[in-house]
Design a protein around this ligand. Structure first.
Ligand code: AMP
Length: 198
């Protein structure tokens, strides 16, 4: 059983790697960005609220995000482990997650940070904008999301580094190559099948 976080700047491939790890380890991958996008698509009140922030590349307020994560982490499938992708993104969210985990008397096994330099990320995200039409993938919004990552999320990474559960993984390279690095960085992973370790 593994409980872990994957943190990385926008465009670092964390969503793709999170899916592969969750498949390889048989644990739930929980992406706050995906949950928000599902709400936007479904036209729910939460989606309408979240969209205002997402389109501008801003963080959705903690009052919305934290409650959503608490509720997702209370579902049965996370009892056998989980991988949180895209949360926590701020120091305040770290404190909130600490509270959720402490109440359940569980701890994180590892926090992975995917690294890549900003210009490479902008290039990748502009490519993704052309391919998928994601509404938060234009250059001004992309640069704003990167700035927020540096200002707000790097302190999150530093906090986990102080707890000595942080491992940095180079996110530059082919998808399979990065997956291999990610899997190597997870301590004692109990994999569901070797075939999943692409
Ligand atoms: P992502 O797919 O992880 O890049 O997230 C897409 C967008 O969803 C972000 O730019 C934010 O607007 C919002 N979002 C995702 N996770 C969080 C979070 N932990 N806190 C606040 N906003 C978030």
């Amino acid at each position: 059983m593994t409980r872990m976080l994957i943190i990385g700047p926008p465009g670092s491939g964390k969503g793709t790697q999170a899916e592969r790890v969750s498949e390889g380890l048989g644990i739930a991958a929980i992406s706050t960005g995906d949950i928000f996008r599902a709400h936007v698509k479904g036209g729910t009140p939460l989606g309408t609220e979240a969209r205002k922030y997402m389109d501008a590349g801003d963080f959705v307020p903690d009052s919305v995000t934290n409650e959503m994560v608490r509720s997702r982490l209370s579902q049965d499938d996370v009892e056998t482990g989980f991988l949180l992708d895209g949360y926590p993104r701020t120091a305040a969210q770290v404190g909130y997650l600490d509270g959720i985990l402490a109440a359940r008397e569980v701890t994180l096994d590892v926090v992975l940070q995917l690294t890549a330099d900003d210009e490479e990320l902008v290039k990748r995200l502009l490519g993704r904008a052309r391919d998928t039409g994601r509404s938060d993938d234009n250059e001004a919004v992309i640069r704003h999301r990167l700035d927020l990552y540096h200002q707000q999320t790097e302190p999150v990474v530093a906090a986990y580094a102080r707890r000595t559960i942080l491992t940095r993984v180079d996110g530059i390279g082919g998808i399979d190559e990065v997956t291999a690095r990610v899997m190597d960085a997870i301590p004692n992973p109990s994999r569901v099948s070797a075939a999943s370790d692409r």
